[in-house]
Design a protein. Structure first.
Length: 294
């Protein structure tokens, strides 16, 4: 079925967005990812770097499992955005935001975990992220297990026992690590809005916290289909009023998209650069190094 058969409003081509500068920066991101992967794949287990120090201590493995998972999510959504732009579908008022937001949030979480210079704080943050993930996992199965139609099934009851056992085992592991790290139990939630203003790479940059927070809220509004966000991120023409509102033709606002894409790209690149920095030995000199590991 063609596009027009699946939507209520007709799509009309309305020009092109100049992506030349953004495309050049995407190539820099790819080069940065390649540099990080080369360092990680070829590093010596005994090479002195922040990663080696972290991984030999309590919860250190959680730092890099978490960061690399989030970077995988960020890259997958980034690659999908590039593919969308290059496809016949192209850039449309909604779909692009649904790929930018998860890229931004995944990259933020990777940055947030890797950002502290102190190993102890990196490990504490990774534990907090994993614990919150565990809670989300529990809530999912708490909902599923309320299905009354399967309550009497023997396999269902066995699944409930298995989940209860897994809950106890996992919580014991998280509690043990939290105690060793002197982290209050249960670990606190992560307030993304507040933490966006505390990232070290933004220190000294005027209004960088405002830019990150406004971009994050805009991406959230777009992904949830809110009219206010859609209007802020679009050009409006041919409008006519109707009771309670108006009909209008919306097209991409180049500045809104390029700003959001640029902010997202900056976060993504910072996450990869931090992973590279933490994984690099003191004797290794790479073009993307960002100081010495601690």
């Amino acid at each position: 079925m063609g596009d027009h058969g699946t939507v209520l409003s007709q799509r009309v081509a309305s020009g092109q967005v100049d992506l030349s500068r953004l495309s050049e920066r995407w190539q820099l991101l790819e080069a940065l990812c390649d540099a990080a992967r080369a360092v990680i794949d070829n590093r010596s287990p005994d090479g002195l770097c922040a990663r080696m120090i972290d991984e030999r201590q309590v919860a250190g493995h959680r730092v890099y499992m978490t960061a690399e998972r989030y970077l995988g999510v960020a890259w997958d959504n980034h690659a999908a955005l590039v593919a969308l732009i290059q496809s016949p579908h192209g850039l449309t008022p909604s779909a692009r935001w649904n790929l930018l937001r998860p890229t931004f949030e995944a990259a933020f979480h990777a940055v947030w975990v890797l950002d502290p210079e102190e190993s102890l704080e990196r490990r504490r943050r990774a534990l907090r992220v994993e614990w919150l993930d565990e809670l989300d996992h529990r809530r999912y199965y708490d909902e599923v297990m309320q299905m009354r139609s399967a309550a009497g099934d023997a396999d269902w009851q066995e699944a409930r026992r298995h989940l209860a056992q897994r809950k106890d085992t996992n919580e014991a592991s998280y509690r043990s690590d939290a105690e060793a790290l002197h982290l209050p139990w249960p670990p606190a939630n992560i307030n993304i809005r507040d933490e966006l203003g505390r990232l070290s790479h933004c220190a000294g940059l005027p209004d960088s916290d405002v830019l990150l927070r406004s971009a994050w809220r805009a991406l959230s509004g777009h992904q949830h289909g809110r009219a206010s966000a859609m209007l802020r991120g679009s050009n409006k023409s041919d409008g006519h009023e109707v009771p309670g509102g108006a009909y209008a033709v919306l097209s991409i606002n180049d500045d809104a998209f390029l700003t959001a894409a640029d902010v997202t790209l900056n976060m993504h690149m910072e996450a990869v650069a931090l992973l590279l920095k933490r994984s690099q030995t003191r004797t290794t000199h790479q073009p993307w190094a960002r100081g010495t590991p601690d």
